[in-house]
Design a protein around this ligand. Structure first.
Ligand code: SF4
Length: 544
C-alpha cells in the first residue's frame, strides 16, 4: 500500500501531543517502516520521554521510501536536526540505519562528520547486545534504560553547544559508549568496560510506566494501546538474551498500570499488556478483571507456561482474547531441562486444556531447532506434543462446535552474547533443513496444524551481527546498498560461515559491555513480583 503521510497522521489518535518546536531539535526514529515501528512500545516511549522535556522539539522518522531521510511530521531533513536517534531492537534492522543516513545526506562514518552534522545516537537492545558492528557510524550508544539515560543525554546536549565536549562528558558516564573515545582506530575496545545502566528506581513512579501515546490502525497491533507491565523474567533459559540481560522480574505497581490504561481508554477500547513475563505480574488477574469490567478488549504478549492458570485465562477470555502464545521450545522434558526450562510436556498440555476450558480456542506454540544436545527423538517429541495438544483441542472443539487452530512456529537457535550458548556454533542450513524434515514428517498426520518454518538465512545473519566485531560494518554497508539477504550471504560466505558455524574461541569481542546489577526491590505501590537475584533491567522497554 502506498505510504500516505497525510492519511497516516490523520489516522493517529493521541493521548498527549508532541511539538516539533524547541531550542533543541531531536529526530527519533526506528530503523523500519511506520507499520513495524509503531508496534514498538520502546520507540513510542522514547518519543514521549523526549517530548516531555522542556524546550525540546521532537519529530519521528521511519524507512518508508517517500520519507526516507526525512521526518513524518513535517518532512524535515534529518541533517537539520541537532540529534538523530534510533531505537534499534533487532539486528536485522541495522543496515537501515546506514541507508537512512545516506538518504539524509549525513556521512555514514562519524570520522567523516563534523559539528555541522547531527549527533548520531543508537539505543535499544542492539546497542546493548553488541555495539561493535555499528560503531563506525554512531557517535553515542545508549546502553540501558531510556528513563535513566535519555533525559540526561538531552540535558547535556542542550546545555553544551560544543559537540566534542558533549561527547567527552558522555564518555565519562555509565550507560554511554562513545566509539571515538572507547575504541581504538581499529575498533578494538580500549580501557575499562562500559556498563549498561539498568537500575529501576524510576519504576516506582506511576508516570514512568511506559504506555503508547499514539494509537493507529496502520500497525500490526491495529488500534491497540500498549502498556508495559514488568521488566525481567523469573527464569534463566539458556538461549535467552533477555533473561541474562533484563534481570530478575520487577513489576510496575497496579495503580501506575491502570493510570496508563485510563489514559488510553480515551482513544481506544483495545489494550495490549506487554512484558517478557507478562503473566507473572502478581495482580494480573485483578487487572484483567478490571479491564473486562470496563468493557476493554485485552491481549497479552506470550505467557510463560506456569502463568497459564484459570485466574489469568478466564478474565483474559472475558476481555475478548481468542488465542494465546506459549513457548515449549522443544519436544522432550529432558532437553527442556537442559535449556534450564524445567517445564514438563504434561504441564504444557494442562495449560492447553485450561486455555480451551476458558474459551481461548487458538494456540500458538513456538519451538527452537538446532539446540545444543538436540536429538532426532527430541524433534519427534515436538510432533508428539503437538499431536496431544491437538487431541485436547479437538475434544473441546466437539463440545463447542468448532475446533481452534494450532500454529507451530519454528526458529533456528541464534547463539546470543552473554547467554551460556554465546560461544556455540549454529547448525548448518542443511542440518536445519534435515531437522525440520523430521518434524514435518512426524506431524503430517495432524490435521488443522499450521507450521511456520524457520527462516534460516535471517537467523544466520542475526547471529553474524550479534557476535561480530567492527569488521562487520563493511558487510552492513553492503547490506545498506540494497543487496538481498541471499546475495549478501553469498558475497560474504566465508566470513559469515566462519563466524556463525564455528564455536567462538578465546575472549569474545563483545564482552567489554557489562550489565549494572539491580540491587534494590521496588517499594512503592503493590508488591513486586521479582525474586532477590541481583541482575538487570531491559535497555528499552518493548514487546518480545
Ligand atoms: S525464554 Fe521467556 S521464560 Fe525463558 S528466560 Fe527468556 S523471557 Fe524468561
Amino acid at each position: 500500500m502506498k505510504f500516505d503521510q497525510k492519511k497516516i497522521l490523520r489516522d493517529e489518535s493521541r493521548v498527549c501531543t508532541t511539538s516539533s518546536a524547541g531550542a533543541l531539535r531531536v529526530a527519533v526514529g526506528y530503523p523500519n517502516t511506520y507499520f513495524v515501528a509503531m508496534s514498538s512500545l520502546a520507540f513510542q516511549w522514547v518519543v514521549e520521554l523526549t517530548a516531555s522535556l522542556e524546550d525540546i522539539g521532537v519529530e519521528r522518522f521511519f524507512t518508508d521510501p517517500p520519507l526516507l531521510g526525512r521526518t513524518l511530521e513535517n518532512g524535515s531533513h534529518l541533517g537539520d536536526f541537532d540529534v538523530v536517534a534510533w531505537t534499534c531492537s533487532f539486528e536485522l534492522d541495522a543496515p537501515n540505519i546506514l541507508s537512512t543516513l545516506d538518504a539524509a545526506g549525513i556521512p555514514r562514518r562519524w570520522e567523516e562528520r563534523d559539528y555541522t552534522h547531527p549527533i548520531v545516537v543508537v539505543g535499544g537492545a542492539v546497542a546493548s547486545i553488541n555495539p561493535l558492528p555499528l560503531s563506525p557510524a554512531v557517535d553515542v550508544f545508549v546502553l540501558g534504560s531510556a528513563e535513566l539515560l535519555w533525559p540526561d543525554f538531552l540535558e547535556i546536549v542542550r546545555s553544551e553547544p560544543d559537540t566534542e565536549r558533549v561527547l567527552e562528558t558522555l564518555a565519562d558516564m555509565d550507560g554511554f559508549l562513545v566509539p571515538r573515545f572507547h575504541l581504538d582506530r581499529h575498533g578494538v575496545p580500549l580501557g575499562k568496560r562500559r556498563r549498561v545502566e539498568k537500575r529501576d528506581a524510576h519504576m516506582d513512579d506511576p508516570a514512568m510506566v511506559p504506555g503508547s501515546h499514539v494509537v493507529t490502525p496502520h500497525t500490526e497491533y491495529s488500534g491497540r494501546g500498549l502498556v508495559e507491565m514488568s521488566r525481567g523474567c523469573p527464569e534463566k533459559c539458556r538461549y535467552c538474551w533477555v533473561s541474562y540481560n533484563y534481570g530478575r522480574l520487577r513489576s510496575y505497581a497496579t495503580d501506575g498500570i491502570m493510570d496508563r490504561v485510563e489514559r488510553l481508554q480515551a482513544i481506544t477500547r483495545r489494550i495490549g499488556f506487554v512484558a517478557t513475563a507478562v503473566g507473572d505480574h502478581p495482580e494480573l488477574g485483578n487487572i484483567l478483571e478490571e479491564c473486562s469490567r470496563r468493557g476493554l478488549e485485552v491481549a497479552l504478549s506470550s505467557l510463560r507456561i506456569p502463568a497459564m492458570q484459570r485466574e489469568i485465562l478466564e478474565p483474559l477470555a472475558a476481555s475478548g482474547a481468542r488465542s494465546v502464545t506459549i513457548a515449549p521450545e522443544t519436544g522432550t522434558d529432558t532437553l527442556r531441562r537442559a535449556l534450564n526450562k524445567p517445564i514438563s510436556n504434561d504441564a504444557i498440555l494442562k495449560a492447553v486444556d485450561t486455555a480451551q476450558e476458558c474459551g481461548i480456542e487458538n494456540i500458538k506454540m513456538y519451538f527452537i531447532i538446532g539446540l545444543p544436545g538436540e536429538t532426532d527423538d527430541d524433534l519427534r517429541g515436538i510432533a508428539d506434543l503437538l499431536r496431544n495438544a491437538q487431541k485436547i483441542m479437538v475434544a473441546h472443539g466437539r463440545e463447542r462446535g468448532r475446533v481452534g487452530t494450532l500454529l507451530a512456529g519454528f526458529n533456528v537457535l541464534v547463539p546470543k552474547p552473554y547467554t551460556p550458548y554465546s560461544r556455540k556454533a549454529m547448525v548448518s542450513r542443511r542440518e536445519a533443513r534435515r531437522r525440520m524434515e523430521i518434524v514435518e514428517a512426524a506431524t503430517s498426520d495432524i490435521s488443522n496444524l499450521r507450521i511456520d518454518r524457520p527462516a534460516y538465512r535471517q537467523a544466520q545473519w542475526q547471529a553474524f551481527l550479534s557476535r561480530g566485531d567492527v569488521s562487520v560494518f563493511d558487510v552492513l554497508e553492503d547490506a545498506a546498498s540494497g543487496k538481498s539477504l541471499g546475495r549478501l550471504l553469498a558475497a560474504h560466505r566465508t566470513a559469515i560461515e566462519a563466524s556463525t558455524l564455528s564455536p567462538v574461541e578465546g575472549p569474545p569481542v563483545w564482552q567489554f559491555v557489562v550489565s549494572a546489577p539491580v540491587n534494590r526491590t521496588l517499594s512503592g505501590g503493590l508488591s513486586p513480583g521479582g525474586d532477590s537475584e541481583p541482575s538487570s533491567a531491559p535497555p528499552l522497554p518493548g514487546l518480545q
